[in-house]
Design a protein around this ligand. Structure first.
Ligand code: H79
Length: 427
């Protein structure tokens, strides 16, 4: 067409910083992996294995997998409840699977009948319900969308399902299916982030990634798009292996970076061992570990995207809800040290103490999960004489003494909560 497309690949650093502001400030999001794979729930023909990858794991033929749509009827789904679970956990945004690798569309898609409206007895547009509920609750609504698609014949890489596809036409899939679906998702649900995945297929290229990135930001300039839109990851690593690739942030998966990074990044992690719902997965992380991870990520300047895998009945597992509620209780006291802070890459004090800083530089936060003799010793923070040190959740300032390069802070008799505590050191 003759309409000039803006080149968003040449955005200035300052413009990107502005666009990314809410995202870096929000720090904590909830990932939701929900699709037809919740029906088999990690078991096919009596054999365990696979969650959202179950189609690939058991090499389920397309016509067989499609039958799960007829059984998808999550009568207990309640968008407001899910959003409330995210909000009371302290998550500021949610990212839900509009389409995973299985190719099933979780909204009323205009370009396919293989979607929640046309192919399931449920016939409700969950993206509409969730985006409305997010808007009402002040939670940012974001979408995960797989480039890889095991259902569209033209998208099938010959590596998948070991099925011989005659003359697959990937360009046709991209132009008449993938891009129209994404344009439709932006128009209907106004997502703030598009979180791509499945870019490792041989059909996808850096050029296609750049084109798609530009195409999407021309539709919605404020969009934030992850680095998996492109080809720049080193294998399955989270961060890019070269510069100037399309995409706004790195995506370490099931791991946290060893240190801070010059690039924006978000660690996505599961609460148990799987992304999609698996009925026998009881490998739950403890609330303490989840809080440790959040603190570690914030101290390294990243974001934490923590996943839930709802059931085919439409419920977030109780074990997930319990853990998220514990995080929410912790954040209610310690939020000042997490949201809208800068990380401080200071590892001198050992693994049990991490640091963040207020944006105005006036307060340093020391978050610790271990102490002895009701005091804490810090060697790398040098407050001026008369500076006040508080514990978040405690009203009175704490007494502290200086001995050479170290300071010793007397902790209160009663510490708020049972996980990790925060000292606020005012400079
Ligand atoms: O959506 C979640 C997972 O389903 C998806 N990303 C998160 C957010 C994901 N799962 N695994 N992976 C991404 C990486 C998979 C890597 C492998 Fe393979 C699959 C290694 C071997 C099979 C793809 C195909 C890479 C090599 C061959």
């Amino acid at each position: 067409s003759a309409i000039a497309q803006k080149n968003y690949l040449q955005e200035s650093k300052a413009d990107k910083v502005k666009r990314m502001q809410w995202w870096t400030d929000d720090t904590f999001g909830m990932f939701i992996h929900w699709g037809l794979y919740a029906v088999p729930a990690g078991e096919y023909n009596g054999k365990g294995g696979g969650a959202e990858w179950i189609m690939e794991t058991h090499k389920i033929p397309t016509a067989e997998y499609e039958k799960f749509a007829g059984q998808f009827n999550p009568q207990k789904f309640n968008a407001k409840e899910w959003v409330q679970i995210a909000k009371s956990a302290g998550a500021k945004y949610i990212v839900i699977t509009s389409k995973h690798h299985d190719g099933f569309s979780m909204w009323d898609s205009e370009v396919t009948g293989y979607d929640i409206m046309d192919a399931t007895p449920f016939k409700r547009d969950i993206l509409k319900e969730l985006s409305d509920a997010c808007k009402a609750a002040g939670i940012k609504f974001c979408l995960y969308h797989s480039i890889l698609d095991w259902h569209q014949p033209d998208a099938k890489s010959k590596d998948y399902l070991r099925q011989a596809i005659e003359h697959p036409d990937f360009n046709k899939y991209r132009e008449t299916y993938l891009k129209p679906q994404l344009a439709e998702l932006i128009r209907k649900y106004n997502p703030e982030v598009l979180w791509f995945d499945g870019e490792w297929i041989p059909e996808w290229s850096e050029q296609q990634g750049k084109d798609l990135y530009n195409y999407l930001r021309n539709i919605k300039p404020s969009l934030i798009i992850n680095n998996r839109v492109s080809k720049a990851r080193g294998g399955m690593e989270g961060m890019n292996k070269y510069e100037n690739a399309a995409g706004d942030f790195g995506t370490p998966e099931q791991e946290i970076l060893k240190g801070a990074s010059q690039d924006y990044w978000e660690s996505c992690m599961t609460l148990n061992g799987n992304w999609g719902y698996v009925k026998n997965d009881n490998n739950w992380k403890s609330a303490q570990l989840l809080i440790d991870n959040l603190v570690d990520i914030a101290a390294k300047g990243g974001n934490y995207l923590l996943n839930v895998g709802p059931t085919a009945e439409g419920q977030i597992p109780a074990q997930s809800i319990e853990r998220l509620a514990e995080m929410g209780k912790w954040l209610a006291i310690n939020k000042e040290a997490i949201y809208a802070t800068n990380g401080i890459a200071n590892y001198k004090e050992g693994d049990h103490i991490k640091f963040t800083q207020s944006k105005d530089g006036k307060s340093t936060y020391a978050l610790f999960n271990k102490y002895e003799n009701n005091e804490l010793l810090l060697t790398s923070v040098q407050p001026k004489t008369g500076s006040k040190i508080y514990m978040l959740g405690v009203n009175k300032p704490l007494s502290w003494t200086k001995n050479g390069d170290a300071i010793t802070i007397k902790l209160p008799e009663q510490l708020p909560g049972k996980y990790t505590w925060t000292l606020k050191i005012q400079h």
